[in-house]
Ligand binder design. Sequence first.
Ligand code: ADP
Ligand code: MG
Length: 731
Amino acid sequence: MTQMDTRRNAIAAAIAWSDINTNNRNTELPDVQSFFGEDVFSIRTMRERLPKGAFKAIQQTIEQGAKLDPHIADIVSTAMKDWAVERGATHYTHWFQPLTGATAEKHDSLISPDGEGGMIYELSGDSLVQGEPDASSFPSGGLRATFEARGYTAWDPSSPAFIARTDATATLCIPTAFVSWTGEALDKKTPLLRSMETLSRQVVRLLRIFGNEHTTHVMSTLGCEQEYFLVDTNLYYARPDLVSCERTLFGARPPKGQQLADHYFGSIPPRVLAFMAEVEHELYRVGVPVKTRHNEVAPGQYEIAPIFEVANVAADHQMLMMETIRRVAPRYGFKAILHEKPFAGHNGSGKHMNWSMSTDGGTNLLDPRDDTHSNMQFLTLLCAVIRAVDIHADLLRASVASASNDHRLGANEAPPAIISIFLGDMLSDIVAQIEKGATNRTIKSSTLDLGATTLPMIPRDTGDRNRTSPFAFTGNKFEFRAVGSSGTAAWPATVLNTIVAESIEFVAGELEKAAGKDPTPVKLETAVKKVLQQIIKEHKRVIFDGDNYSEEWHKEAKKRGLPILTNCTEAFPALTSRKAVAMFKKQRVLSKSELESRANIFMENYTLHCLIESEQMVLIAKTMILPAALRHQARIAETVAQTEAAGVDASDTRELLTSFADLTARFRRKLEQLDEADNTRIEDPTEMAQYIKNKIHPLMTELRTLGDELETQVASDLWPLPSYRELMFLK
Ligand code: ADP
Ligand code: MG
């Protein structure tokens, strides 16, 4: 079979897929309520199955972060095991998130010999609470040497255990943190949990200043909108670049892409809808509250979004969501692509991370709709966030930096690499008033409460949306849109929680200084006005409500002195800046060595990804595109020879041959340059990254341009790679 046959067969198989598979599916519609959360060892299940005292204790741990007595762990592990076995589980695993960006699991069976030739099911409290995977191959960024490779997993009771199923087996998954034997974080969950604690501590302190005596715990909440592409499996396997890089390294722009915006919110193709429904059912079963599904802007691009949850659980569910999408897609003949930019020139995929803070009583602290009293509190929190984002814009940017997100940020319809905040007309106006120190607009006195007459009321809809902003206030939460589709939510959420905690600590300190620990309403209001005024004066440069895609904004941002970090090599240094190290340490989220190890891993990961891409590109160019081009060239040459042999003038075709041969030659020379450049290896990851950025990437861009030009000239029957049209439209 030749390579052209591979492409042809893939296309035929893709077209045939729906006919073969959609007709004999089970069409009975399930009642979601009857199975939602059935594979979760939830609060409800625990209440039903645990003795009262044990349940109370575990509830305290989950809701307030109280330490769990080992004796209680024994009771919980037995109940958990009984429940899991009843539901068909034979194995359990500590499920964790190492710094690879994926999740990791090592299964152990629940089976123990009974000493009489039989077996019993068993899960001890110890095995629930702690595990020791042989984890020496996970990246530690220098925190561990391989000879001291011990890593421990530690149960996170605040994220519920669940059962993962395949047709063949069911496994009890216990969410865990992953730390080194000296207690240093080796994962994404540990710092997230720490950041939630510090945020809670600081916000509660602020709430006390505003007279709230009952809130003891504040949680950050997350809702992540996940975008992804679906590509027919047959076509996917005919594209080595998709297989090894999840993005196309070549591909000419198709005449019809997303220009007509006719895919966005369009009717969902039946095969895709069937896939989505199955993903949702699997997620419902493990308690992920999926809410929204729709077509996205690029052809072949879709979105799934859940209802928000407490950050830690939401981040775990976010991982489950990505895994489920990947796992279910092949059942419908698809490969799911979570890469941020699989198709050049088309919309990339993001993971809009909605973020807010909620009290243990369930009050959303970023909802401005309450009375003026909490309005003052709201404005204080708002200004604290503005301050945090301005001071740590570089760090926020670095928290979403990856080799793949580099292709998205600043490209088609994705937010730019400049972090700014969108507030909307109304809030921007209010912020302007705060800056002036008094309101200059008439506010109906009937809508105001005592004690804060100069602070404006905030109406329900605080203004229009701005889709171009990387960090937008959307009514009662912030939406961090620069987060990439393939990354975890845990890390950007950790950074956001920590910078806001630091900022609130500062604001609370200033308020206490100005008004005392237990201020009168009037004193407090005066202090709030003064402190917020100062914050706005210093940090308003980060607020921008205009078009973030425009050239002018780049110029303006530069003028304002905002960091413009367009790629990983520019962004990563922010992770270990003195400012970042001091903050993470002070907020007790990451030590200097933990932070540095992370930065090392991210940089190394970046170079590895880039090198895989350039090597893959060379291979495709050498073994697929160049042979096709030469074959095409030979065809033209034969035509010239045959035409002339027949005694006819072939000068026109000869011209074509000359220009095509020239294109092929340029392609081949560029290919050689890239191949050559690819051989260089530099020990230091940062220097290697610089080399990639300055040397390899420009060559890749040039080679791609020539390759894409060839695609538009080589006879279609000779071209080996499925085209953009086929990849994006066949389903
Ligand atoms: P949009 O207008 O952006 O579509 P939605 O109301 O549909 O907004 O919410 C988008 C995402 O934001 C959802 O995942 C939703 O659960 C989440 N979200 C809503 N409120 C909050 C909140 N208080 N904290 C965190 N996420 C939230
Ligand atoms: Mg949204």
